[in-house]
Write a protein that binds this ligand. Structure first.
Ligand SMILES: Cc1ncc(COP(=O)(O)OP(=O)(O)O)c(N)n1
Ligand SMILES: Cc1nc(C(=O)O)sc1CCOP(=O)(O)O
Ligand SMILES: [Mg+2]
Length: 218
């Protein structure tokens, strides 16, 4: 059972920035700082892939990024690493279908934690809701270079189907989302969008984050 209000989560999901050190061409603290200045509403620390930090270096970066988020009242979510989330007191975690279920994670993190779960089918979405997820990450909406093991591209079809079936859990679309296609994801029924490369790799991180905001009218 979660004590977090769905409407509060919906609000934070609007422009959900995800990043780890390998997604950045500058120091991650500077990239996140610019993204915050551009108006991101939620942050996920996803330190994953070839060359990603491990051990103390990962912990140190997580703490630096968490501090920045705390200063700007942006919830700090940890991807995959439940122990890291517990050790630094993160606001929540995001897990996929191959990870522990939201039921187990809730027991470890408590009722106040935000738990996000990836869903690629109606069945997975319903299961995550039953297990107590606070929000869903639905994707990949468009082709993405960022996650080599991403599932088949869905387009906005699953988001539309979930909403048509009356499933109103807070959710974001993820995968290949840019300033040009973001509005279509919202139009399909998502509460927000999750973005890695379009923001992290931008020449001006701040300007692109602001443009996302403008295109989403948020
Ligand atoms: C918001 C959001 N949605 C989906 C994912 C993908 O999670 P997962 O399927 O566990 O894949 P990895 O990110 O762990 O490679 C996400 N991270 N965030
Ligand atoms: C982390 C992640 N999860 C996905 C999913 O489909 O679940 S797609 C993806 C990568 C998103 O990066 P970009 O914004 O650069 O395409
Ligand atoms: Mg995962």
């Amino acid at each position: 059972m979660s004590s977090i209000h769905a409407e509060s989560i919906r609000k934070h999901l609007k422009l959900y920035f995800i990043m780890g050190s390998i997604n950045c061409q500058r120091h991650p603290v500077n990239v996140l700082s610019d993204a915050i200045a551009g108006g991101i509403t939620l942050f996920q620390f996803r330190e994953k892939g070839p060359g990603a930090l491990i051990g103390q270096a990962k912990l140190d970066l997580a703490k630096q990024l968490q501090k920045l988020c705390q200063e700007h009242h942006i919830p700090f979510i940890v991807n995959d690493d439940i122990n890291l989330a517990i050790s630094i007191g993160a606001d929540g975690v995001h897990v996929g279908q191959d990870d522990e279920s939201a039921i187990i994670i809730r027991k470890k993190l408590g009722t106040h934690a935000i738990i996000g779960v990836s869903a690629h089918t109606i069945f997975e979405a319903k299961q995550a809701i039953q297990d107590g997820a606070n929000y869903l990450g639905v994707g990949p909406i468009y082709p993405t270079q960022t996650k080599p093991d991403a599932k088949a591209v869905l387009g906005t079809r699953l988001i539309q189907e979930l909403r048509t079936k009356g499933i109103d859990i807070p959710l974001v679309g993820i995968g290949g989302i840019t300033t040009d296609n973001a509005a279509d994801v919202i139009q399909a029924g998502a509460d927000g969008i999750s973005v890695i490369s379009a923001i992290a790799s931008a020449a001006s991180v701040r300007n692109v984050a602001a443009l996302f905001n403008q295109n989403l009218s948020i």
